[in-house]
Design a protein around this ligand. Structure first.
Ligand code: SF4
Length: 245
């Protein structure tokens, strides 16, 4: 199983028991109350990101929002990140970029995605997020069980090798998200209208076909289903870290 056991961390275990049926806003409030400024939210500003960002903005508008600008995102995502953050009043969105040295060494032509997607995700997502999360004790993701795959067993609160991870939308389905977005008149990522139900880097994202899973267009035709930031690492390696990405 890709996600860490709760049993090793009594704080995660207690919080999961208390919050497993709670409304996402209640989960956000509990996370803020427990961790304050040691809590971050990781967001891709993708197709379903607006709901969690809106709830976070209502609970703590200066929460640290970590956005992985991999250098391979759609221009529409970069515009959406600016516009949505301003609209919601989020005051602490941080753009995380890959290290120049890592790009120069491992991907000088920006074509690593063609030959080794895991290595590309490592330098463009996993390492930058790992560094940024160093100052936090807990973080919030936008993952949901209805996305399937490893996410089917997602708890509301889990641990990731020393950090607590909150998944406030774990219990929500597409209808819940759509209802919340409509009720709060949230702006939609412009690529949703072009058939993208899940949006990542442009080389690795395609529209989904009718009836396919939400994430079917991510790394289409490959075994890969996650970028690596949500996969537990072997003991002795740095904490693994990530969001709705
Ligand atoms: Fe590279 Fe694709 Fe991973 Fe983006 S999703 S970091 S382009 S392999």
């Amino acid at each position: 199983m890709a996600f860490d056991s709760l049993a090793r961390n009594p704080v995660a275990l207690r919080l999961d028991a208390e919050l497993r049926h709670a409304h996402p806003r209640t989960i956000l409030e509990a996370a803020v109350e427990s961790f304050g400024d040691k809590l971050a939210l990781v967001s891709s500003f993708g197709a379903e990101s607006a709901v969690l960002l809106d709830i976070a903005a209502k609970v703590k508008p200066d929460i640290a929002v970590l956005f992985l600008d991999t250098g391979m995102l759609f221009g529409q995502t970069l515009d959406y990140r600016q516009n949505l953050a301003a609209r919601l009043g989020l005051t602490n969105v941080r753009d995380l970029r890959p290290a120049y040295q890592d790009l120069a060494t491992a991907d000088p032509q920006a074509k690593l995605w063609q030959t080794d997607t895991d290595a590309c995700c490592e330098i463009r997502k996993v390492i930058p997020l790992d560094k940024a999360l160093g100052e936090f004790d807990a973080w919030i993701t936008g993952r949901k069980r209805f996305h399937g795959g490893d996410r089917l067993n997602l708890p509301v609160v889990e641990q990731s090798e020393g950090k607590i991870k909150f998944n406030p939308l774990a219990n929500w389905g597409k209808a819940d998200l759509d209802a919340y977005a409509a009720e709060h008149d949230l702006p939609v990522h412009p690529l949703v209208a072009q058939g993208f139900p899940s949006i990542g880097c442009w080389p690795c994202t395609q529209p989904a076909e009718e009836g396919e899973d939400v994430r079917a267009g991510r790394w289409k035709g490959m075994d890969k289903t996650e970028c690596g930031i949500h996969l537990a690492r072997a003991p002795g390696t740095p904490d693994n870290v990530g969001g709705d990405i």
